[in-house]
Design a protein around this ligand. Sequence first.
Ligand code: NAD
Ligand code: ZN
Ligand code: ZN
Length: 357
Amino acid sequence: MRAVQYRTVGAGPAVVDVPRPEVGPGQVLLDVLAAGLCHFDVSVMAWPADAFPYALPMTLGHECAGRVAATGAGVSAVAVGDLVAVYGPWGCGTCEACSQGRENYCTRAVSLGIRPPGLGRDGALAEQMLVDDERHLVPLEGLDPVQAVPLTDAGLTPYHAVKAALPVLTPGATVVVIGVGGLGHVAVQLLRALTSVRVVAIDVDAKRLDGARTAGAEEVLLADDRTAERVRDLNDGQGVRAVFDFVGSQSTLDLAAAVAGAEAHVSIVGVGGGSLPVSFRTMPFGATVRCSYWGTRHELVEVMALARSGAIVVEHELISLEDVPEAYERLRVGRVHGRAVAVPGAGDLARTGGLNR
Ligand code: NAD
Ligand code: ZN
Ligand code: ZN
């Protein structure tokens, strides 16, 4: 089957033929109907060889929606033909965090060698993908696979970040979203759907800011060296209630610290390599700073329900598996609109009426 693999550190991704995976006890084999491209993959492919943590070659892609093609012994929750989304941050399933469905904060995954698909083991950018346990599958229940697939990360990750901040997101409070690309434009919609805050969106790209306005941002600002001042001007000279940083570079974290108000919630989601010093000298009284990672199993169920209700729609562009290397390059230089979603079985999906080209 065709698969997009990262094969050699420093070389780009390649579309190659690989053997079809075989389903073992407890496992589920999916025909991939849609797989999303995340900026995190671009970061992974920039890591140096001496610090590269995963075995290669590895099929990329940690957002997956598919149809069950085969089930291993003992699988009972899904059957061949079922349409499902894959919960990506796999954990051990039994530690305290996992038992509460918070596998994204599993305390044992690293020591047990358990990795998310596409991030240390073969992922979704292929015709088929193996899922280790049926508990990682959420039924699509009417959602289009292409619409559903970005929800598994570009939807789930901002949902998790926003939910953690809900206690301070009171009506009328001003909230800043930095970086309104794949994840960030969903964050704006989630803030609209879940709260009555005033959203200020910040990006370096004017087109993204148009998208953020459509998504529900009241104010949009093109990032420059006066952004912090302009944010405060928009908020009666005060710091803001929350900042969600979907870039995480030094300049955006400096901006986050500069605009945070007393008791602000600062959520760092982007992995842009910056750092934010936390002390009484650098942050306002009562501020909370959180490194937010992916989301919980039940939050994926919730974010899919929100999408089903029409409250969030992930902007996306459809590509084929063969187009993925070029799309990663466009993602790297900021030329993807919303989420790039690869559709391996375009013919099949069109026949079932699921492909909205
Ligand atoms: P993306 O490329 O689709 O979006 C990034 C956006 O940030 C773009 O709109 C870009 O124009 C904007 N941007 C870049 N530099 C900026 C700056 N200096 N100031 C303001 N805006 C700027 O990326 P994505 O797939 O949405 O991912 C966003 C980030 O989140 C990445 O760092 C990714 O690795 C990370 N991520 C983290 C998690 C997690 O669990 N913490 C999960 C998924 C992705
Ligand atoms: Zn991701
Ligand atoms: Zn665990």
